[in-house]
Design a protein around this ligand. Structure first.
Ligand SMILES: Cc1cc2nc3c(=O)[nH]c(=O)nc-3n(C[C@H](O)[C@H](O)[C@H](O)COP(=O)(O)O)c2cc1C
Length: 179
């Protein structure tokens, strides 16, 4: 088999997002792969919009990336101790696409936040939302990068050895799933 396809999904749309930085580190730790990126810049889920126009093209594109990925890594900030709105919206839309795109997809979840708990509460919510989508979430030591502004250097590299070790373990486990 050639290189696996790794899909990255950031729950933050922000260009300078710490979660995007964490995803770049995840990609580096995963090893050789074809990298795909999920774009969560989608219309808000609206049953009337769906009834009138069907599932938007941007959702179909995202769902197709999910369906064809060999492995998925999601990094998202928690917002007000919950899942980020854009990520929940994407999950809701994807659940409306035929064929259960997330079903059986090996998926790792992580978070980076400014706060002391590194988004742990929101991360549990992300994992809960992945249950009905039937993603194959890999559990194990959680990676919750706390005080994220202190943990990435000017080049956006994660400079905390403990976090790097947990990240390496998670990405090794994810890669093993693509075997
Ligand atoms: C609407 C909103 C809600 C937030 N809620 C939390 C929170 O519950 N816990 C926390 O640690 N930080 C919270 N923050 C701060 C984020 O951790 C910080 O903005 C972080 O940089 C967001 O991730 P990003 O860098 O990937 O965009 C919140 C920020 C925003 C904009």
């Amino acid at each position: 088999m050639g290189n696996p396809t790794l899909l990255t999904i950031s729950g933050s749309l922000r260009k300078g997002s710490y979660n995007r930085m964490l995803l770049r580190e995840a990609v580096a730790a995963f090893g050789p792969a074809t990298i795909d990126e999920g774009d969560l810049n989608l219309p808000l889920y609206d049953g009337d919009l769906e009834a009138e126009k069907g599932v938007p093209d941007a959702v179909e594109t995202l769902a197709n990336k999910v369906k064809t990925a060999d492995a998925i890594v999601i990094s998202s900030p928690e917002y007000n101790k919950g899942i980020s709105g854009v990520l929940k919206n994407a999950f809701d839309w994807i659940s409306r696409v035929d064929g259960m795109p997330f079903k059986g997809r090996p998926t790792v979840v992580m978070s980076a936040n400014a706060g002391r708990t590194g988004g742990e509460t929101g991360q549990f919510m992300v994992m809960s939302c992945l249950v009905p989508l039937q993603a194959r979430v890999l559990h194990g030591p959680m990676l919750c990068v706390a005080s994220a502004g202190d943990e990435f250097d000017d080049e956006g590299r994660l400079n905390n050895e403990q976090y790097r070790k947990v990240l390496a373990g998670k990405m090794e486990a994810l890669r093993a799933e693509t075997g």
